[in-house]
Design a protein around this ligand. Structure first.
Ligand code: 4NP
Length: 157
């Protein structure tokens, strides 16, 4: 059984699909695609079925990360049965997930950036801001993804 990782933000069209796409390609580059399964979801329901925001997919593509296969979905209670790591992009997402969590969940529910070295806790919501917000998302996601992959490699060994 692979270790299952779920990235969560509010809309599942900016931050968590960026993490999903980038972490998934890092896992594949490391040859761990049979050991680590990656998914993403939003706490909100507004964008269900949509592709990532063009600003997020454009910024990601400029760093050679393709997000075009991803579609938004909402977090569901069964995610707490299926996933081993549920990683929130900000504290509000984390609180919303804590409220949804099933009592039998015994995986890791926490902030994604705790695996990084940026010193930030939260990936700021870029939705209502400019291009630089999307670049910051990429910087933070790339950094924390390296830390998460190192952590999982240690766990798998
Ligand atoms: P995300 O960004 O949570 O990173 O996907 C947002 C996307 C949509 C909205 C807010 C944040 N929205 O309000 O529709």
């Amino acid at each position: 059984m692979p270790v299952k990782i779920l990235f969560v933000c509010l809309g599942n069209i900016c931050r968590s699909p960026t993490a999903h796409g980038i972490f998934e390609s890092m896992v594949a580059e490391s040859g761990l695609q049979d050991m680590i399964f990656v998914d993403s979801a939003g706490t909100g329901d507004w964008h269900i079925g949509k592709s990532p925001d063009p600003r997020a997919s454009g910024a990601a593509l400029s760093r050679n990360h393709d997000l075009s296969h991803l579609r938004a979905r909402q977090v569901r209670p069964e995610d707490f049965q299926e996933f081993d790591y549920i990683l929130a992009m900000d504290n509000q997402n984390l609180w919303d997930l804590q409220a949804l969590a099933l009592p039998e969940f015994n995986g890791h529910l926490g902030l994604f950036l705790d695996f990084g070295t940026s010193g930030l806790q939260e990936v700021p919501d870029p939705y209502s801001g400019g291009e630089e917000g999307f670049e910051l998302v990429l910087d933070l996601v790339e950094n924390a993804s390296r830390g998460l992959l190192d952590h999982l490699r240690d766990q798998l060994n």
